[in-house]
Design a protein around this ligand. Structure first.
Ligand SMILES: Nc1ncnc2c1ncn2[C@@H]1O[C@H](COP(=O)(O)OP(=O)(O)OP(=O)(O)O)[C@@H](O)[C@H]1O
Ligand SMILES: [Mg+2]
Length: 222
């Protein structure tokens, strides 16, 4: 189980709290919609859950996050990421390699997965997302939507326990929205935990829990 215990956060000491004493439990199979207007802190919350805040981006954070009873602040980012993986809102921040295939191979190579298994995973994931044609493309040449699909593919090759998906449908056609929605449901059926941040209503229909960011902001709690 993933537990957020009394999380409070602001980027600097002079601002109001973006997250004010928030506690939440996520269980296997949960699909959690993270909702709220632009600037309410959806991305911030996902960054906190995977410890990118404070490990990469600084801020004033209190409270703890535990996964299977381990406080994730005691783990390094490379230890956290294969279990709790983030799909970033902006895919350019998450693509590092010249070709799609190299991009998809990187994370499983780091986990010392044998290369023939890595290739098998890559082929499976590309087929699942219907992007086999991108396999040998240069990542820099892709459209925004294609980059989003490739970053999602790279997370799927890791098969983490917890998916943090920040605007996974942005820039995608109805066909891919449906495909990803179905994949999210499949992952939940396989006992994964999925957080879905979006300001559109498209996610409410299949989430079984909801976090309304406005309710977490200090200025809305008077
Ligand atoms: N690194 C940072 N330093 C200071 N303030 C930040 C930083 N990153 C985000 N913020 C501020 O924190 C607030 C929440 O931002 P965040 O990106 O988490 O919102 P969001 O709900 O994901 O928005 P969107 O729907 O536009 O993606 C905003 O007011 C933003 O300006
Ligand atoms: Mg955001």
């Amino acid at each position: 189980m993933l537990k957020l215990n009394s999380i409070s956060f602001r980027y600097d000491m002079t601002s109001p709290l973006l997250i004010n004493n928030f506690s939440f439990n996520a269980e296997k199979g949960d699909i959690i919609a993270v909702r709220g207007d632009s600037g309410t802190g959806k991305t911030t919350l996902l960054n906190i859950i995977c410890s990118v805040i404070p490990k990469i981006f600084p801020g004033d954070l209190s409270g703890t996050i535990s996964y299977n009873n381990i406080d994730i602040s005691e783990l390094s980012l490379p230890e956290v990421a294969p279990q709790i993986s983030l799909l970033m809102q902006h895919p350019d921040n998450q693509l590092f390699f010249p070709t799609v295939e190299q991009e998809l191979a990187f994370a499983p190579e780091n986990l010392k997965i044998p290369s023939k298994d890595i290739l098998k995973r890559i082929v499976e994931v590309l087929a699942k997302l219907d992007i086999e044609d991108l396999r040998h493309k240069e990542t820099a040449s892709l459209s925004f939507g294609q980059k989003k699909l490739v970053t999602l593919a790279s997370i799927l090759t890791l098969s983490p326990d917890v998916y943090l998906l920040d605007e996974p449908f942005a820039g995608l056609s109805q066909k891919y929205i449906k495909l990803i929605s179905d994949e999210i449901k499949t992952q939940a059926d396989n006992e994964k935990i999925i957080f879905l941040a979006s300001h559109t209503n498209d996610i409410a229909q299949f989430a079984n829990k909801t976090i309304e960011m406005e309710k977490l902001n200090e200025k809305h709690q008077d």
